[in-house]
Write a protein that binds this ligand. Sequence first.
Ligand SMILES: Nc1ncnc2c1ncn2[C@@H]1O[C@H](COP(=O)(O)OP(=O)(O)OP(=O)(O)O)[C@@H](O)[C@H]1O
Ligand SMILES: [Mg+2]
Length: 445
Amino acid sequence: MHILIVDDEQAQRDLLAGYLKKRGYTVSIAASGKEAIELNRTTGFDLVILDLKMPEIDGIETMSRMRKVDPQAFFIILTGYGTVESAVEAMKIGAYDYLGKPINLDELEMLIERAHEDQNTKREVELLRQEIDEEYETGSVIAESRKMREVLAMIARVAKSDSTVLIQGESGTGKEVVARLIHKTGLRKSCRFIPISCAALPETLLESELFGYERGAFTGAEKRKIGKFELADKGTLFLDEIGDLPLTIQVKLLRVLQEFTFERLGGTAMIKVNVRLISATNQDLHQKVSEGRFREDLLYRLNVITIDLAPLRERKEDIRPLAEHFIHKFNNKCNKTIKGFSKESFEKLLRYRWPGNIRELENVIERAVVLCRSDMIAARDLPLETSAGSAPEEREALRDVEAAHIQRLLEQTDWNLSETAKKLGIHRNTLRMKIKEYDLKREDK
Ligand SMILES: Nc1ncnc2c1ncn2[C@@H]1O[C@H](COP(=O)(O)OP(=O)(O)OP(=O)(O)O)[C@@H](O)[C@H]1O
Ligand SMILES: [Mg+2]
């Protein structure tokens, strides 16, 4: 801990400095406020012990100027005449504590130790907060396209209710992101979000994961296990890949959903939980119902509200913001400073079909960030198969981009057609035709 002592009286300075050095602290001294401020320009201190009454720049002034440079430091104010008012004044502008003269050295040391601890806690909290912010940042949802903004509006509405939600979308379209967002912005945000994938586990394991078991329920059950349903009590249970749920468990799940009560495997006690259910699938559940592989009654229970996530190729306006978001993410992770995309490489991103959607985009960008040899990602950094038969698709992509661009300008000008046409450099009638052709509509605010 580096301590600065600021006092105009040499005897006092030397006494304190000698004492604290003996105690193992690193100590610097300054004979005036001015000197302290100068010193602080080049050196950071953890703690400043500061005489209140000094000629020229007094303690309070010194402190407020030092705090501007170094908001981390803690200040202990020494008050000569026991003037409580000025001490109070110092506390008001952010001093850590004050001490009356003559100084009781034991008291001072205790104070320093306490300050040291508080400082550590404060730093930890700040670190934690930063982590949370970053987590939130990387978990932030990008939604530029009209389709995604509609999804966001929908999420805002369902988050305020407690109804069961089914999220449908191809793999990698952000189903889990949406589920978490519903939870995070909803009524249950202070309780837990428990995800479980119905595809990853064999049937018996899945059942015990969901409902838990008692000791001795089967060979190997040495301890009681609390299932996900119980863990999610008062919070949200996210059943991922619900389409892969085996029929036997579908029956059990349905029964639980009627009453929200169940028994742990091998147990007799009825357990009641209060859980919000969100499920997700990349399969066509109605199709599975007609094939007899998914229970219709379960589908209706799960599917009170449906959120459909469009594949990335149907919301190309999201490609740029997502890609830039991922550059930022992997710049941080890989210590790179890539600024963006060359024109050619970005066109490649637009043309590609993205069968793996956002997850695939994320992987592609990660690889490009790692491989990229300049500060712009080049086409060769993106190994994307844009198949030979892609000419109609390319045209499709261009149309999407044009439609999105026109839509944006229209919104910007509040649907002023002349102004938009002028910005686009086309005639008003041409604009009218394009609006009709692309079926553009004014967005709800
Ligand atoms: N709108 C978005 N904004 C930012 N990142 C997103 C968005 N949607 C998805 N992602 C990112 O894309 C990746 C895939 O998202 P997620 O896991 O939610 O998709 P999924 O539909 O559950 O995929 P899968 O079917 O493969 O499980 C994640 O890393 C996620 O952070
Ligand atoms: Mg998923």
